[in-house]
Write a protein that binds this ligand. Structure first.
Ligand SMILES: *Cc1c(COP(=O)(O)O)cnc(C)c1O
Ligand code: SF4
Length: 394
């Protein structure tokens, strides 16, 4: 099984190096490309690998130092390139994926492993065990397209690094021997970048060796970056191994394309829950209209907005950061204004491995003197005397 993964990794690398001619060099060629007419693997071979590659596709491409790719690779699927605005460098898709010089200006407070995941990796595996009952299992270091603000930059990209067979085996063994774990989140990198056989190998190992796991979930951004990755074959695997939740990562309503919606519908037929996690990013989705459209757009696709993250303090991420005040006001703009199930939990993942903590305005407060004051979604402040009296009566 692990052999298959390594072999496929080296095949991907060979394909990456050997076939640059497959790249669609002009906007006309790109726009004429029907992404549904080829396999997702073929589409991956057409990915753009540097900003230089995109100069025939986009205008006003920022000239960045090639050394940026020593830190963090660039890959852009043709599908995402089609979504990128040709002229506007502030296009929300471009802002997430196009490298910018400021990334290299790493701040003293920025850290490579800001969530201290390496510290919580268990027994030579890539299983991060931080919470009592659940683990994060990182099964690959590659992604379909690299998000410039990625929290796991230290771990992902750079094709040479991979999760090897020993690490995977140690991961399975860890799950097998820790019966307190009842929830396993398979992530990476992007687990759906593995081919169906590799993915099936991993899921079957987990299911066979850790029957105490009640909740198996996959985190992937590939449905957003290349919706054709969702195939009937993939859906059959999700169903066969009873993956109860797939979490995608949509940040902007522009990513909710008809093709995305269609493939999500296919995935929903497996019966798996589909959730979304977004990252709040300055210049991408930090305004209330965008977030309302995003959350309602997600729920209309049948996706439950799950988390909305404050951007992690990873190296080079400062340009995307929002203030806590701004985050709170964005939350206030959702709660009460859009459907309840469309409102995600806002969280910050604490630096140094504190874990996720909700960022929620206090709508209802009890003072030391027993008074209870409430602020409703419209900002009306009201003292809840009836509730005070009920409590005082207890
Ligand atoms: C986010 C995360 C999980 C899953 O957390 P939930 O709140 O249950 O979604 C598990 N382990 C680690 C290390 C995580 O960062
Ligand atoms: S898909 Fe996830 S892991 Fe991959 S680069 Fe984006 S944020 Fe990082």
């Amino acid at each position: 099984m692990a052999f298959a993964i390594e072999a496929a990794n080296s095949r991907t690398k060979a394909a990456d190096l050997g076939r640059p001619s497959k790249m669609l060099r002009t906007r006309e060629e790109l726009d004429a490309c029907d992404v549904t007419s080829e396999s997702w693997q073929e589409a991956l071979q057409r990915r753009y690998k540097t900003h230089q590659d995109m100069k025939g596709i986009l205008n006003h491409v920022e000239e960045v130092d090639m050394s940026i790719y020593d830190q963090f690779d660039m890959r852009v699927t043709p599908y995402l390139a089609q979504l990128m605005d040709r002229d506007d460098p502030n296009c929300p898709i471009r802002k997430q994926y196009m490298p910018f010089q400021g990334e290299l200006n790493i701040q003293p407070y920025e850290v490579a492993d800001s969530l201290a995941e390496d510290h919580d990796m268990q027994e030579g595996s890539t299983v991060v065990h931080r919470y009592p009952n659940r683990v994060l299992f990182l099964v690959t270091t590659n992604c379909g397209t690299y998000c410039r603000y990625c929290t796991r930059k230290r771990f992902v990209s750079h094709g040479v690094r991979a999760v090897n067979k020993q690490q995977l085996e140690r991961g399975f063994r860890y799950l097998e021997s820790h019966r307190e774990i009842d929830d396993c989140l398979v992530s990476g990198g992007d687990p759906l970048l593995l081919n169906d056989r590799q993915l099936e190998d991993i899921l079957s190992q987990i299911r066979a060796r850790a029957p105490h796991i009640k909740f198996l979930r996959i985190g992937s951004r590939l449905p957003v970056q290349l919706p054709t990755r969702i195939t009937p074959e993939l859906c059959a695997i999700i169903e066969r191994y009873d993956v109860q939740m797939v979490n995608v990562h949509v940040n902007h309503p522009k990513e909710l394309t008809p093709l995305f919606a269609e493939r999500i519908k296919m995935l929903r037929k497996t019966g798996t829950m589909i959730g979304n996690q977004s990252v709040l990013l300055k210049g991408v989705n930090d305004d209330i209209t965008t977030l309302r459209d995003l959350c309602m757009g997600l729920i209309s696709c049948g996706i439950r907005p799950y988390y909305c993250y404050s951007c992690d303090v990873a190296e080079g991420n400062h340009a995307y950061q929002l203030s806590l005040d701004r985050i709170l006001s964005l939350y206030r703009g959702l709660r009460g204004f859009i459907s309840g199930p469309a409102v995600p939990t806002f969280v910050v993942d604490g630096t140094g491995g504190l874990g996720k903590m909700p960022i929620i305005p206090d709508y209802v407060r009890e003072l030391a003197n027993g008074e209870i004051w409430a602020t409703n979604f419209e900002g009306k402040v009201h003292r809840m005397t009836n509730l005070e009296k009920t409590i005082a009566d207890q």
